[in-house]
Design a protein around this ligand. Structure first.
Ligand SMILES: [Zn+2]
Ligand SMILES: [Zn+2]
Length: 333
């Protein structure tokens, strides 16, 4: 028997198979997770190919000039950006339709100069450096009044939408606030409480807990859209990813390294997405946001029912997913 569970953040329903536990090997697409294309074997993100990317916005490097070798982490504009930070937001109407100009910014963070190092193989120090450059880019983009929401995300593997296999993450700065996480606002308005803080209070000792560190809680959410979906939530209430502290970055880097290794080892090297949910910027203050990370292994391809109804069918109960991930996390140094 399955249950329809309410996802309070997305204000949507998820069908969860309560007792059925598909093993990672039961998902056929995991095995082909990393067949991303590199056109003609050439990779513009590799060290030495700096002239093939747009000029860098920021980098961590050891005594070398911008756009030359010698960097550790590099932020560049996305060459194929759908957005441009130029002028003001304009609304255009076409009868019953409406559009805005593509005001915004799309950036890429290249996480290592080396092509053959996968994200989970990076050192905790490098992951901390990646978090720092993401925080700095977030705060820099947030300083522009025209930007209303900053989405940080990572696609790993072809089923997660990665087109280049060289380890990287991306930032899209948007001129409007997506409606996706409206549930946190609705929850605050109804209860005068932060939804994520209430989730932490309820789940801390629950069967969906995966791990706890000094600054973060890892858990499988009550109504996960994807098998083995896991959230990484800062214990301290904080609205913006941009206000992450040095201690939190150090702790988070270690947690992400450990969890990404567990995921790769336990789930058959899957494609996955990692996204940061955070509060909007430069808009009238709305209480209820609490930034956190969603990690979604992509063991299934979205099918007709998800497209048509928005209701995800998840064949792995989060209680069973959490038990497996919790054991794997506990046995890993
Ligand atoms: Zn490369
Ligand atoms: Zn909170």
């Amino acid at each position: 028997m399955s249950e329809l569970r309410k996802d309070l953040v997305k204000n949507n329903w998820v069908s969860v198979a309560e007792h059925r536990a598909l093993k990672p090997n039961d998902f056929p697409i995991a095995k082909k997770a990393l067949e991303s294309s590199v056109i003609g074997g050439f990779c513009p993100f590799c060290e030495g190919n700096e002239q093939f990317t747009p000029p860098e916005i920021a980098s961590y490097r050891e005594n070398s000039e911008p756009d030359t070798k010698g960097w550790l982490v590099r932020a560049i504009p996305n060459k194929f950006s759908a957005f441009e930070l130029d002028g003001q937001l304009e609304e255009n109407r076409h009868g019953i339709f409406c559009n805005y100009n593509g005001l915004g910014k799309h950036e890429v963070i290249i996480e290592t100069p080396e092509h053959n190092i996968d994200f989970h193989q990076l050192s905790a120090e490098r992951m901390e450096m990646i978090l720092k450059i993401l925080r700095d880019r977030y705060n820099d983009l947030a300083a522009d009044e025209r930007i209303k929401y900053i989405q940080i995300y990572k696609n790993r593997g072809i089923f997660a939408g990665a087109s280049l296999e060289h380890s990287h993450s991306q930032i899209v700065a948007l001129p409007l606030v997506p409606a996706e996480n409206q549930g946190v606002i609705d929850y605050y308005n109804a209860n005068q409480r932060c939804l994520l803080c209430d989730i932490l209070a309820q789940e801390r000792s629950d069967e969906r807990l995966v791990a706890e560190s000094a600054e973060f809680i890892l858990l499988c959410p009550y109504a996960p859209r994807f098998p083995y979906e896991t959230w990484i939530i800062p214990k301290k209430h904080s609205e913006h990813f941009g206000s992450i502290t040095a201690a939190e970055m150090q702790d988070l880097a270690k947690i992400i390294k450990k969890f990404s290794n567990v995921m790769v080892e336990s789930l058959g090297d899957p494609s996955y997405n990692l996204v940061i949910n955070t509060a909007p910027v430069n808009v009238a203050y709305q209480p209820g946001y609490h930034w956190y990370i969603e990690v979604t292994p992509r063991l299934l391809v979205n099918a007709a029912v998800e497209i048509a109804s928005g209701i995800y069918i998840n064949p792995v109960a989060p209680e069973l997913a959490a038990a497996m991930l919790r054991e794997a996390m506990a046995s890993k140094q």
